[in-house]
Each structure stands twice: as structure tokens, then as C-alpha cells.
Design a protein around this ligand. Structure first.
Ligand SMILES: Cc1cc2nc3c(=O)[nH]c(=O)nc-3n(C[C@H](O)[C@H](O)[C@H](O)COP(=O)(O)OP(=O)(O)OC[C@H]3O[C@@H](n4cnc5c(N)ncnc54)[C@H](O)[C@@H]3O)c2cc1C
Length: 326
């Protein structure tokens, strides 16, 4: 029987499959794996990695990762700080405090059930709050950064936590300071808008419509979303309508890979040229083989090198075409 007030310690597991913990459903196991539920457990996990000199990876919902078939030879931490609470509610704003492990979809559902507006624009995007802040999740004109007030972060080596304003993250398109991998997110506060029952009902309808639109346009399982990021202005030369063509999907559409490139049980989606899909039994090797062919074809025809938006985890050497080629 559990003693009253006793919090069970962090459970460290060994040789845990990551295949069922990422959206591609591919990849090998994590040598060590744990799911901290409190800041103290998160600190314990970081300390474990430091003491044993283990490479470290913090996993969210695995919606933006490609994991090597050999797995990850280190410690994978999947934070389970999943709380969602209203920190403050006044006439003009609601401050929502959310744990890094909470799913974006759960946060949106909570908001729409509690007359809070703002995040519904991200309906249908898989991911945890931590992973979504890491990449500054975006959909059309909306960036998650627009709604972040502050966040509590934890230092990879020392385990020290601090609360920082949104400006600390130096957010850009697909960018945040978290990508330096010195800190991880523990929780974040969002500045949102209160609304009436009627406005909440309207927002619920909009959320359903956004999801319907997404499902009709993009694959929604066995994928990591957009595989390659869009280009930065200075990386491309092609000008269309007086603007640099920065969209990766444009180049991929032009080379005709949509629905036409396969390897094993992986293919380029027939719905979207920048999305790869595991149709059931693909391996990460299959996915990487297709991605390399896409890079090669775009490079041959346009002289620009596609770079991944998704994170490549557990590879001894960079598995795609050299990012510095050009
Ligand atoms: C079907 C589909 C559609 C998608 N559509 C969109 C879209 O419209 N817009 C968009 O922007 N993205 C989209 N994505 C990409 C994906 O949803 C986002 O990148 C999402 O934020 C990933 O969150 P995650 O928790 O799954 O992160 P993971 O994939 O688990 O990890 C991604 C990165 O975040 C880091 N990370 C995770 N948690 C933390 C933490 N607590 N602290 C610090 N770093 C952390 C990881 O270390 C890793 O580097 C889509 C993906 C899929 C599968």
C-alpha cells in the first residue's frame, strides 16, 4: 500500500520501443526511457543522463520526428506534465497555464469548453505544448508565439528552472531558441481572450471546419506533416510574381513526386508533395530513401537543397543529402 503523501519516484525503463510513440510509426527503441510527471522528476531524469553521460532527447507526441531504425542510444524523456489551468481571468484576457506534455488538441478542447478564444486556429495539428513551442507551430497567418506570455524552462545540465517572457524564445517561422537544446519547456502561460457562450459555439464550429479542411487536404496518419521546411529568402533564386519562391511544395510539385515515389511501404502522399507517408509497414530507411531522392531531384532541376523540418533522431551520421551542399 502506498504511504500517505508519498510520491512514487521516477520510473526509468530500458529498451523501450519508440515506434508506437511517433507519428511515422517507425524507428527502433530508446536505450532508456522515462516519463516525469513533476519538475522534481524531470530534474531527476536530467541528472540520470548527466551521471551516466547519456545523450538526451525530449520527446513530445512524436509528430515532427523521424527516429532511426537503430533507435536512440541514450535517454528519451517524455514529459507527462499535462495540467491545464486558468491562472487569471479578467474582462479582457484569460491567462492559461499549461504543462509541456499537454496535447495541443486537449488545450483547444479545454478552451472551447471554458469560453476561451485564440488557440482554435491550431485545430487538427498534433503535438504537445513543449514540441509546439519548440517549432513555433503555425497555420496560415497564425503562429503559436502570438499567444505565449511566458514559460518555465529547465536547464539541460543543471536542472535549474526559470520563468522567461515570450521574447526570450526569439521566435521566428519554424524557429525558437529551444532549438539550441540547452533548455526544455516545463510549462507555458498563454494570453487568450474570454468569450460568450455564443462566441464559443461559433469557435467550436470553426475548429470542426478547420479539421475537416485539413483532413480533405493532407494525410493525417503515418506522417510527420511537412517533411521539408520552406526556404529562407536568401536560399532561393527563383522569382514568381516578383517574389522569391520559398515554398518547398512548389518545387516538389514541379518535379512530379506527389503520389509517385515509393520505397518499401513508404510513399510521397498523393495529397501533398511535401508529406511522406508510412502506409503500414515502412521502415525509417524507406522514408529516408524517398526523402533523399526528393532532395536529389529538386537539386538537379532547381539547384536548391531541401532541408528537413522534422527532427532526425538517433542517426550516427546525417542521413539526408549534405545540408551544406550548394
Ligand atoms: C499530420 C500532421 C500535420 C501537421 N501540421 C502542422 C501544421 O499545420 N503546422 C505546424 O507548425 N506543424 C504541423 N505538424 C508538425 C507537428 O505537429 C508540430 O511540429 C508539433 O509541434 C510537434 O509536437 P510534438 O509534441 O509531437 O513534438 P515531437 O515531434 O515529439 O518533437 C519535436 C521537437 O520538439 C522538441 N520538444 C518536444 N517537447 C519539448 C519540450 N518540452 N521542451 C523542449 N523541446 C521539446 C523535441 O525535442 C523535438 O526536437 C504536423 C504534423 C503532423 C503529423
Amino acid at each position: 500500500m502506498q504511504e500517505q503523501g508519498f510520491a512514487p519516484a521516477l520510473v526509468m525503463q530500458e529498451n523501450i520501443s519508440l515506434r508506437d510513440k511517433n507519428w511515422f510509426n517507425t524507428g527502433g527503441p530508446a536505450r532508456f526511457f522515462c516519463e516525469p510527471r513533476t519538475i522534481a522528476e524531470f530534474q531527476e531524469a536530467l541528472q540520470y543522463a548527466n551521471i551516466h553521460a547519456l545523450p538526451l532527447f525530449v520527446l513530445g507526441q512524436g509528430a515532427n520526428v523521424v527516429i532511426s531504425d537503430d533507435g536512440f542510444n541514450g535517454l528519451v524523456i517524455r514529459p507527462q506534465l499535462n495540467f491545464i489551468t486558468v491562472q487569471e481571468r479578467i474582462d479582457t484576457s484569460v491567462i492559461l497555464h499549461v504543462g509541456a506534455g499537454a496535447h495541443l488538441s486537449a488545450v483547444i478542447t479545454y478552451c472551447l469548453g471554458n469560453n476561451i478564444l485564440g488557440l482554435e486556429e491550431f485545430s487538427g495539428i498534433p503535438g504537445t505544448i513543449g514540441g509546439s513551442i519548440y517549432i513555433n507551430v503555425h497555420y496560415y497567418g497564425f503562429l503559436l508565439a502570438q499567444f505565449i506570455q511566458e514559460a518555465t524552462i529547465i536547464h539541460k545540465k543543471t536542472g535549474a528552472t526559470k520563468t522567461v517572457p515570450a521574447s526570450w524564445f526569439e521566435f521566428g517561422y519554424d524557429q525558437s531558441r529551444l532549438q539550441a537544446e540547452e533548455y526544455f519547456v516545463v510549462s507555458a502561460s498563454f494570453n487568450l481572450k474570454p468569450c460568450t457562450d455564443l462566441e464559443a459555439a461559433y469557435a467550436r464550429g470553426r475548429s470542426v471546419e478547420i479539421i475537416r479542411h485539413r483532413v480533405s487536404r493532407y494525410p493525417s496518419k503515418g506522417t510527420c506533416g511537412s517533411f521539408f521546411r520552406n526556404f529562407h529568402d536568401h536560399e532561393v533564386h527563383l522569382i514568381i510574381n516578383n517574389k522569391k519562391m520559398i515554398y518547398s511544395a512548389y518545387y516538389l510539385d514541379k518535379i512530379g513526386v506527389k503520389g509517385a515515389l515509393n520505397c518499401g511501404d513508404a510513399s510521397v502522399s498523393y495529397q501533398h508533395a511535401n508529406m511522406l507517408v508510412n502506409n503500414g509497414t515502412a521502415t525509417t530507411h524507406d522514408i529516408i530513401t524517398i526523402a533523399r531522392t526528393m532532395q536529389e531531384k529538386v537539386y538537379e532541376q532547381f539547384g536548391v537543397m531541401l532541408r528537413p523540418e522534422c527532427l532526425l533522431i538517433g542517426f550516427d551520421t546525417y542521413p539526408l543529402l549534405d545540408k551544406d551542399r550548394e
